[in-house]
Design a binder for this molecule. Structure first.
Ligand code: NAP
Ligand code: HSE
Length: 436
């Protein structure tokens, strides 16, 4: 029987420091839960001269990955450095050396997950990645274990803390985009390159991981339609409020016969829907199973301690497996490798949605009827219209909400409308979801 579990930590930034802090504060409690202590054996850093968190001795620091991946005292390698390379090579080499792996690296799993899942299955080692999606919320465990009896039908939610923080502050405090982004970076929420957060890429990485394990299909990341929040203007946030909606960056996946809809984009959600009330860096995900029905997971989606909590929970799970001989019990991608069925991802042009349009038009008689005529020709029916601040002959916003329409029809209609002489700017289009 082993008398301790050895950890090799790759990365000592926001998440790595959270892991160290939790193990230091709750080490005794965790030992009571699993029976043996968890000990950090080595920590890989780029810059060994940087100040160390409280309780970390300088002789734990290394810049040589072999001190971790080839260290006989290391049972579990924890990768919290981020990026694709060298993280991918470090993880593969850890797996090849028979180490179990915990990672928070959603970008890596979204792009190279198949290779890593296969390597872990082949070597019969555990690969856990709870922290890669929704920070401290145990959503991966819920899909892989708690909802394992279900055919998952939909996944729908807020999975990026930084963009939600920005949208919240812009909506509730009317603050400026760049200013709020800087604050989110200082709080440790943003990715090394914050464009990943703002452009929806981080949310799409997370959705790729969720779809993979929920629907049992490999996902080609390039097939996920992704739109970020940088085009969302205060004027659209205000009009959304007038219609009783909030704008949130949503990750959406829906099972449709033998294909799936997978998309990330800003979305109008009714103001009284639970998702609309998820503010700051909090995340929330609805997962609907055919037997459990809708389930909701809510909590802190980013930051050192919430993410550290998910990493340490994975370490505890694997430690229990090591101590009781249950490693490799749960396939990394949730389904047995040979039983996964590739599903086609529907083109964004084929989705059906409701829409918010903000046209910028010259205020003169007949414009509204020309625009509604074109929408009608493309099977798009209008639910409500607002035109405020009449200024004969000047540019004014004309805002509409539609009933359900096909995206292909919407694109064709907007192309035609934007060519009208009375339309002076490209029309803003935001999808609308009523939620489940
Ligand atoms: P971070 O603060 O930038 O820390 C990265 C750490 O990795 C630093 O200690 C850095 O070393 C080290 N590192 C980077 N490249 C390295 C290299 N080539 N060789 C050796 N060490 C290297 O990042 P983070 O926010 O902790 O994020 C880490 C991972 O967790 C990422 O995959 C991220 O997507 C994921 N994640 C983050 C959060 C969050 O809220 N921050 C939440 C969930 C998941 P130095 O200390 O020498 O700079
Ligand atoms: N940058 C990510 C976010 C970190 O803001 O959600 C958590 O994955």
């Amino acid at each position: 029987m082993k008398d301790k579990i050895g950890i090799g930590l790759i990365g000592l930034g926001t998440v790595g420091s959270g892991v160290i802090d939790i193990l230091r504060r709750n080490g005794e409690l965790i030992k009571r839960r699993i029976g043996v202590p968890i000990e950090i054996k080595k920590i890989l850093r780029r810059d060994p001269g940087k100040p160390l968190p409280e309780g970390v001795s300088g002789n734990l620091i290394t810049t040589d990955i072999k001190d971790i991946t080839e260290n006989p005292a290391v049972d579990i390698v924890v990768e919290v450095m981020g990026g694709v390379e060298p993280a991918r090579s470090h993880i593969l080499s850890a797996i090849n050396n028979g180490k179990h792996v915990v990672t928070a690296n959603k970008a890596l799993l979204a792009l190279n997950g198949e290779e890593i899942y296969h390597a872990a299955s082949s070597r019969n080692v555990d690969l856990y990645f709870e922290a890669s999606v929704c920070g401290g919320i145990p959503v991966i465990k819920a899909i892989r274990e708690g909802l394992a009896a279900n055919r998952i039908e939909t996944i729908y939610g807020i999975v990026n803390g930084t963009s939600n923080y920005i949208m919240t502050k812009m909506t509730n405090e009317e603050r400026e985009f760049g200013d709020v982004l800087r604050e989110a970076q200082a709080l440790g929420y943003a990715e090394a390159d914050p464009a990943f957060d703002i452009d929806g890429i981080d949310a799409a990485h997370k959705l790729a991981i969720l779809v993979n394990i929920a629907f049992g299909t490999p996902v080609n990341f390039k097939d996920i339609y992704t739109e970020g929040i940088s085009g969302i203007l205060p004027v659209d946030i205000s009009y959304a409020k007038v219609f009783n909606y909030r704008i949130k960056l949503l990750a959406i996946a829906k099972m449709k016969d033998d294909s799936i809809e997978v998309r990330v984009h800003p979305t109008l959600v009714p103001w009284n829907h639970l998702i609309a009330t998820v503010d700051d860096a909090f995340n929330a995900v609805y997962i609907t199973g055919d037997s459990a029905g809708p389930t909701l997971f809510y909590g802190r989606g980013a930051g050192d301690l919430p993410t550290g909590s998910a990493v340490v929970a994975d370490i505890i799970d694997i430690s229990r497996n090591i101590l009781k001989g249950g490693c490799g019990k749960i396939p990394p991608a949730s389904f047995k490798e040979e039983n996964r069925i590739p599903l086609r991802i529907l083109s964004i042009d084929d989705i059906i949605s409701m829409y918010y349009f903000r046209f910028t038009v010259v205020d003169k008689p007949g414009v509204l009827s020309t625009i509604s005529g074109i929408l009608g020709e493309h099977n798009i029916s209008i639910e409500s219209v607002i035109q405020k601040g009449r200024k004969e002959g000047c540019n004014v916003p004309l805002v509409m909400m539609t009933h359900e329409a096909c995206e292909h029809d919407v694109k064709n209609a907007l192309e035609k409308i934007d060519r009208l002489p009375s339309v002076s700017e490209k029309t803003v289009m935001i999808r609308v979801e009523e939620g489940n």
